[in-house]
Design a protein around this ligand. Structure first.
Ligand SMILES: C[S@@+](CC[C@H](N)C(=O)[O-])C[C@H]1O[C@@H](n2cnc3c(N)ncnc32)[C@H](O)[C@@H]1O
Length: 239
């Protein structure tokens, strides 16, 4: 495994572990909104589920098709947007919705969450992965972008929650967003608490380091005191 694969696995291990019981039954109808090139979707299809990716990018959908073909699985790719999701997905038709790394870039996260609720069947599960604001403030400051860090810091400022690269969320804001959409939070995990801070050379040179990092990420993922340090927050919520 290459260093980038090892780092990728340390970045997603906590999410996969949380999803394991959700994807244990099946086959399920899984809708991956903004599923991009299929990093999650193809692996979910490999577990035997019926997966549809809705994404506005034709390039991403082409890469998804290639990846699915190489893996020998079927994943339906549909060009579309979360704001017009109900034009391409049936209301109440999804057992599971994945929305990973997307809420940051949509114009209206509250409207998007409400639409997601509508495509989930009653009792269905949303897996939501978003960039976490406190870690984004620290990352900006450490990179010397102090004005940007300050912009992101204050929830009452007009720029708060939305940096130049999109919205950032605290776990409290997510809980409110999901409750307003009629979704009930089942679990909250911090993702990439350390994975983005560790130099790649360390993962490459130190035998066993990548595995130990995954173990550490798992151990801190449900500790509230580490949540503000996590690059992303992962929430499972039911409709
Ligand atoms: C950061 S990538 C995440 C890809 C994938 N979900 C993952 O976790 O690897 C964001 C994806 O969201 C898609 N996207 C951007 N705006 C969107 C929108 N309004 N509705 C749905 N998807 C969108 C992009 O085309 C891109 O594939």
């Amino acid at each position: 495994m290459s260093v980038s694969e090892r780092r990728a696995s340390a970045r997603t291990a906590v999410v996969w572990e949380a999803l394991e019981p959700v994807l244990a039954g099946g086959p399920l109808d899984v809708l991956d909104i903004g599923g991009g090139t299929g990093g999650f979707a193809v692996r979910v299809a490999e577990l035997g589920h019926r997966v549809t990716v809705v994404d506005p990018s034709p390039d991403a959908l082409a890469a998804l098709a290639r990846r699915a073909r190489e893996a020998g699985v079927e994943v339906a790719g549909v060009q579309g947007d979360v704001s017009s999701l109900l034009e391409v997905a049936a209301p109440g038709g999804a057992d599971v919705v994945l929305c990973h790394g997307v809420l940051e870039v949509v114009d209206d996260p509250a409207a998007a969450t409400t639409t997601i609720r509508e495509v989930l069947r009653p009792g269905g599960t949303l897996s939501l992965l978003v960039a976490q604001r406190h870690a984004a403030v620290v990352a900006r400051a450490m990179a010397g972008h102090f004005a940007q860090a300050l912009e992101l810091l204050d929830p009452s400022s007009s720029a708060a929650g939305q940096s130049r690269t999109g919205h950032r969320f605290t776990s409290a804001e997510l809980t409110t967003l999901l409750a307003d959409a009629g979704l009930e939070v089942v679990s909250v995990h911090g993702v990439r608490v350390f994975a983005d801070l560790v130099p790649g050379s360390l993962l490459d040179l130190e035998p066993g380091a990548a595995g130990a990092l995954v173990e550490l990420e798992r151990a801190v993922s449900d500790r509230a005191e580490y949540l503000p340090l996590a690059t992303q927050v992962h929430v499972l919520a039911t409709a």
